[in-house]
Write a protein that binds this ligand. Sequence first.
Ligand SMILES: *Cc1c(COP(=O)(O)O)cnc(C)c1O
Length: 479
Amino acid sequence: MSAWDKSSYGQDETQSARLRALPSVTAILSTAAAAELTQRFGRMISTEAVRITVDDARTAIKAGAPAPGADDLALQALARLEERDRSGLRPLFNLTGTILHTNLGRAVLAESAIEAATAAMRDAVALEFDLSTGKRGERDDHLRALLCDLTGAEDATVVNNNAAAVLLCLNTLAQGQEAIISRGELIEIGGAFRMPDIMARAGTKMIEVGTTNRTHPRDYRAALSAQTGVILKVHTSNYRIQGFTAEVSAAELASIAGEKGVPLLNDLGSGTLIDLAQFGLQKEPTVRDAVAQGAGLVTFSGDKLLGGPQAGFIVGSKVLIAQVNRNPMKRALRVDKIRLAAIEATLKLYRDPDRLADRLPTLRLLARSRAEIEVQANRLRPLVAKSLGESCAVDVCACESQIGSGALPLDTIASAGLMIRTKNGSGALDRLAAALRGLRRPVIGRIADGGLTLDLRCLADEDEFVFVLSELNVDALTG
Ligand SMILES: *Cc1c(COP(=O)(O)O)cnc(C)c1O
């Protein structure tokens, strides 16, 4: 700026003085606050962040702001990097009321599974190595016996997820051949898993039989031919057809398929290893039932009701599992040592059904009574109200939880939670939901009936919840 400018514009003179007072990048980097910055994020990224912070401060000064000090700028740079460093995969509070929320990562793992996975991550393991002979082993050896014990099947294998299991089984049994399926079972599951598309990608020709609401044994019999590679039965996990309906049971279908020497593939979806009636839920077919009904292969998920990590299990006859294992696609769908360790530990919990609900988070959460959750809600209400401040009203409410992930879609479980209403008119509720999502540990609820419901069924760490909420910026709610 020239001498003429300075003398002519007093305003600019103080502004340029403030710009001159702005500390240099070097000065900021030698503050005590910057020591933490470089310690945590490294010299290169810290210098870059400080430079951007100084640029921003310069722009702010030109708009009339005062010149910040070096410590202040170092702290701003630290905040900038901390914000950028926050992981999108950091733990959150799932207070949606959906226990197995696909968008929130489905099942939360048991402690023993977490420990097993961590140990497998840290060290080498005998993944494909037989410790008794010293020769090459098989990945599936770690789970085969457990899965056979728990399901009554002759043999078993595991792949990336149940979608992969279905794809692999169809491709193995009926590539270049026909696959028969009822029109009532042509399901779509979230994430673009549509049975007709999967059947096409597996290289099979889909033969639809029956109607949307009724399919009879004669429909399947009429469709069976020399070109049939498989009959597919799919558990309609995420919807129900009610009213004037008829479906052919898995047992009857197995015998119809057997007459022609064609295998039955039964995709259970969620598939559970225990009877859910003991938790007051409707009966969901167990894997053992499906195996006993005579299916050649049965597929089910690892991270739905089973409560483990993402995985797809295939159990069934020795001959068919061997065929699946020979399919070159199997290699592309295999599971790594970390998940195998977690799956093994999860399945082992099922050997002791009496203590399963204590040890397996999915069942523990499912089994919590409304009365128990209501006590928790009453305990937390004043603390939550205090953190949310004057602009919100917080009440204990009754609500309904769901299992989620397409298991028992019509069943709800009586639960309790906190209903938050905002007093500042339209937009306030969305601002509240956004502020809760922006917390160090995000809180995710459900907006309904003009309020935000926090279903407390899945809230385990109460102290952390209260602490995180206390960090809420209440001013942001009254935007
Ligand atoms: C959930 C489901 C699948 C897909 O399982 P993922 O483990 O999510 O891949 C397939 N079939 C049925 C019937 C399902 O319910």
